[in-house]
Write a protein that binds this ligand. Structure first.
Ligand code: FVH
Length: 292
């Protein structure tokens, strides 16, 4: 049977690595697509795949009610949209930025008569159009806009709406990526410890990956403790015991000729929390030391 449902037309501004991947996903799903890019050659490459190329950002914005921007940074969004008429448009901004930039951009769009959704992409370009890769985009801002376009937005990659505050998508994006860097930092220290030994890094890697996966659910206990305010709830390895173990980590690093600078700041926070008399807690109290 022929699919007679009309697909939503999309305007996409920005055809870098991510924008191009998004464009291809919408085109191959049959969505009429108008594109514009500062460097025209990148847009021209998509005409063979069915994209309509606008001569200017203003022309692209005039072409469709749904406008998606995927540019380098907030400054480039300002520059590209400056000469366009956003009245009545649904603006979806997939450009990475801070929560404050997203909130200001939402207000900026509202003043220009547009509805606004901000997006934080939790994926790299090869994950676009590949649902089994597990990537998704955090969205926040206008709930009506999200509901209206969810079917179109989900075509390239999964969607997770995190609230009406336009800054929340960026906040979730940065929170998850910050945790990722913490994980990478720990793994870097682990590889450094074995660097000069007769241990194959490829043998350590699966052990590390499995261990990190085993430990990851600890975040649920952290959340539970933060919600209840009881940081001793369910604690198996208390802070006093963990702080007592830190010299072993520092001595091992020294013996292996490894600079402990990635671990030491965390150990210092653990020591400070213990000094406040929180020996029966786990590690959740460290969070309160971080928040000004
Ligand atoms: N690629 C990735 O792995 C990450 C994954 C997570 C999300 N990020 C963010 O997505 C935004 C776009 O990233 P991208 O990978 O497409 O970035 P580039 O390939 O560098 O393309 C940048 C596009 O922005 C255009 N552009 C830059 N400055 C301006 C400007 N002043 N005026 C107009 N356009 C501008 C650029 O145009 P051109 O260089 O081709 O002319 C590209 O279209 C980004 O926020 C990531 O943080 C990606």
């Amino acid at each position: 049977a022929h699919n007679t449902v009309e697909k939503t037309s999309v305007t996409l501004l920005g055809l870098g690595a991510m924008g191009t991947a998004l464009a291809r996903a919408w085109l191959s799903a049959g969505h009429p697509l108008t594109v514009w890019n500062r460097t025209p050659a990148r847009a021209a490459a998509l005409t063979a795949e069915g994209a309509r190329v606008a001569d200017s950002a203003a022309e692209a914005v005039a072409a469709n009610p749904l406008i998606v921007v995927c540019l380098l940074d907030d400054a480039s969004v300002e520059e590209v949209l400056a000469g366009t008429d956003l009245t009545g448009r649904d603006l979806v901004n997939l450009t990475t930025g801070t929560p404050a930039q997203a909130r200001a951009r939402a207000e900026w769009a509202r003043e220009r008569g547009a509805r606004y959704l901000d997006g934080g992409i939790m994926a790299v370009p090869p994950m676009i159009g590949v649902p089994e890769a597990g990537g998704y985009v955090f969205y926040s801002g206008s709930p009506e806009l999200f509901e209206r376009h969810q079917e179109t937005l989900v075509v390239p990659i999964g969607t997770t709406y995190v609230g009406e505050d336009a800054g929340f998508a960026a906040l979730h994006d940065v929170a998850l990526l910050s945790a990722m860097y913490g994980m990478f930092a720990g793994a870097a220290h682990a590889f450094a410890l074995i660097r000069k030994e007769d241990i194959d890094p490829a043998a350590l890697a699966p052990l590390l990956a499995d261990w990190l996966v085993t430990m990851a659910p600890a975040v649920h206990q952290t959340a539970d403790q933060l919600r209840s305010g009881d940081y001793t709830k369910g604690v198996l390895s208390n802070l006093a015991m963990q702080v007592a173990g830190t010299p072993t980590f520092l001595s091992t690093a020294e013996q292996q000729g490894v600079n402990p600078e990635l671990l030491s700041p965390y150990f210092e926070l653990m020591r400070r929390r213990l000094a406040e008399g929180s020996g029966e807690e786990g590690l959740t109290g460290v969070i309160d030391l971080l928040v000004h």
